[in-house]
Design a protein around this ligand. Structure first.
Ligand SMILES: [Zn+2]
Length: 63
């Protein structure tokens, strides 16, 4: 049984009832953060924060 997150791993916004956004390995990413990641550049002040959040999803299975 897969336990799915109910809040965005990046901004902790609660998952919406209409179920928009991404689910990656059970972690939820809200539409706002999804859009942010797509346009994010290395120069962006939030880059490290998002990179950290995504790292948690993709490089630490089961953590
Ligand atoms: Zn978010």
């Amino acid at each position: 049984m897969v336990i799915e997150s109910t809040e965005c791993i990046l901004c902790r916004r609660l998952r919406q009832k209409n179920n928009q956004g991404l689910l990656v390995k059970g972690y939820y990413i809200c539409p706002e953060c999804e859009a942010r990641i797509i346009v994010l550049s290395r120069e962006d002040p939030d880059y490290d924060h998002y990179k950290w959040g995504l790292k948690k999803i993709w490089y630490c299975p089961g953590a």
